[in-house]
Design a protein around this ligand. Structure first.
Ligand code: TZP
Ligand code: MG
Length: 216
């Protein structure tokens, strides 16, 4: 399979739901099913932090969520865990600046979708040069989900990248909700990545529908 077409990826990134079992109030399988029903366009398995599953349990949940995504045609991306992404033959991998260099990862995963978190114009340029398919920029707004999150930047970095002619697909992340999603899109993002807004919602389906309406 060749690398994903940029325009196809841009479309897929619009409503990017990220979750791990420890972000959910309900059963994560049910959460993901409802989110898909509500209109998410891409999914990331991020089993990380306090109370995260490990080993076989992590693998089994990933496999189950991947199967659900597959039947609904939703790309399944794995956060950080390159071995898991390869073992499951996931659609892609998302890495941060503290992970292995982008160039090495690109060699290991071949044509899978590769997302990279970046926090400056310089990091963005390096990630693009070394094979990133899309960038995650954030935290845009305050978030409680990521303990080691960098300083809140608002939409300034998205704007800076676009002003410098970088047209790589971009998702904003961090504290994004139904109410502020449009601001992120207007700044030049192709999509919004959310954990809490969907996973902690009492009405996941409805929340996801409303979020989609604000970004599509
Ligand atoms: N990276 C930057 S902020 C963040 C990650 C993984 C957490 C996003 O979670 P939430 O709950 O949507 O703010
Ligand atoms: Mg990481």
């Amino acid at each position: 399979m060749p690398r994903i077409n940029e325009e196809k990826l841009r479309d897929a990134l619009k409503v990017y739901f990220i979750v791990g079992s420890n972000n959910c109030v309900k059963n994560p399988v049910q959460v993901v099913e409802e989110a898909i029903e509500g209109g998410i366009t891409i999914f990331q398995f991020r089993e990380k932090g306090k109370d995260a599953l490990e080993g076989h349990e992590k693998y089994m949940l990933a496999k189950e969520l991947q199967a659900i995504c597959k039947t609904k045609g939703i790309p399944f991306i794995v956060n950080d865990d390159i071995d898991l992404a390869i073992e499951l033959n996931a659609d892609g991998l998302h890495i941060g600046q503290e992970d292995e260099p982008v160039m090495n990862i690109r060699k290991k995963i071949g044509d899978k979708i590769l997302g990279v978190s970046a926090h400056s114009l310089e990091e963005a340029k390096i990630a693009i040069k070394n094979g990133a398919d899309y960038l995650g920029l954030g935290p845009i707004f305050p978030t409680k989900t990521k303990e080691d999150a960098k300083e809140v930047r608002g939409t300034t970095l998205i704007e800076e990248l676009r002003a410098n002619g970088l047209d790589i697909p971009i998702v904003g992340i961090g504290g994004i909700t139904i109410d502020n999603a449009r601001t992120v899109m207007k700044a030049g993002a192709d999509g919004v990545a959310v954990i809490t807004a969907i996973s902690q919602s009492e009405k996941i389906l409805e929340t996801t529908q409303r979020l989609s309406e604000n970004v599509l």
